[in-house]
Write a new protein. Structure first.
Length: 278
């Protein structure tokens, strides 16, 4: 074997060890190797978690893919709205793009405080673009990140009142069956319960992207809402079409405004059933 052959073999070994170390860190509970980008940190002002909790906000855990994140059309910075937000165990007053999600644009959630009555709401956001439901429960980075975010909320004494699920476009693209989607969604529900989150999960019908059919995902969610008392139907954001979208998938400023109104109405209607004094 020549020196060049030895060098090639050594290089391959280094690459294999690199990826093995990533896999080991996921499964051994080590510190996150690739921490989720806190996209909005530069526009987030840290605040006291104790003061936030004393305000007794409705606390909402938001999970999903790009339309739950910061992938909407950006509004002028001066038009940004602030929302109380918890990410990685720290509390912020944040504007778009919000910490805890991918994307550098606008979000649905920063619009909520102005639409709810009373306006006290705080969120924790974990949204990663192009993620099918199976990635939220299969061994890997995303399920690891979810577990550690839930542990961080517990550590600082945050009790989740409501879980929002805005996801489905990736599964529509992949052609996930209703049976498969249901199975993975129920695993996600079990992960939440195992980590102390007993709040109901309110799921949007959010499957529209390009020309892919989301009928199977919509059917799976509709069936579970009819069968389970802790899975509630959220808004049908698939009905936001035309100039509500900027690329056939993500929301324009108009679409973000309309989606926020749909979510605010759903949340407002749910508050009495949540047993909170807000």
């Amino acid at each position: 074997m020549t020196l060049a052959d030895y060098l090639r073999s050594a290089g391959l070994l280094i690459v294999l060890l690199f990826f093995w170390s990533i896999f080991f860190s996921f499964n051994a509970g080590a510190t996150s190797f690739f921490p989720l980008p806190l996209a909005g940190t530069s526009f987030a002002k840290e605040r006291s978690c104790e003061v936030m909790k004393e305000e007794k906000p409705l606390f909402v855990l938001i999970l999903g893919q790009s339309n739950a994140g910061n992938h909407g059309e950006s509004a002028p910075r001066s038009a940004g709205k602030a929302i109380s937000l918890v990410s990685h165990g720290k509390c912020f007053l944040a504007t778009d793009p919000l910490p805890g999600a991918t994307g550098r644009g606008g979000s649905i959630w920063s619009r909520l405080p102005a639409l709810l009555d009373p306006k006290r709401i705080a969120i924790s956001l974990l949204a990663v673009e192009s993620t099918p439901v199976r990635q939220w429960v299969a061994p890997g980075y995303l399920s690891w990140e979810l577990k550690h975010e839930l542990e961080a909320l517990k550590r600082i004494g945050v009790v989740v009142d409501l879980v929002i699920w805005q996801q489905g476009e990736a599964d529509a693209r992949e052609g996930t069956t209703a049976v498969a989607y249901r199975g993975d969604f129920l695993k996600l529900r079990s992960v939440l319960r195992a980590n102390g989150v007993v709040a109901p999960v309110m799921a949007a019908l959010s499957t529209r992207c390009k020309a892919f059919s989301g009928d199977a995902v919509r059917q799976a969610l509709s069936d579970m809402v009819g069968e389970l008392n802790d899975v509630w139907m959220g808004p049908d954001t698939d009905k936001l079409l035309g100039d509500a979208r900027i690329d056939g998938c993500h929301f324009s400023i108009k679409g973000l405004d309309e989606a926020a109104k749909l979510w605010a109405n759903a949340i407002q209607s749910a508050i009495p059933a949540l047993g909170t004094n807000r």
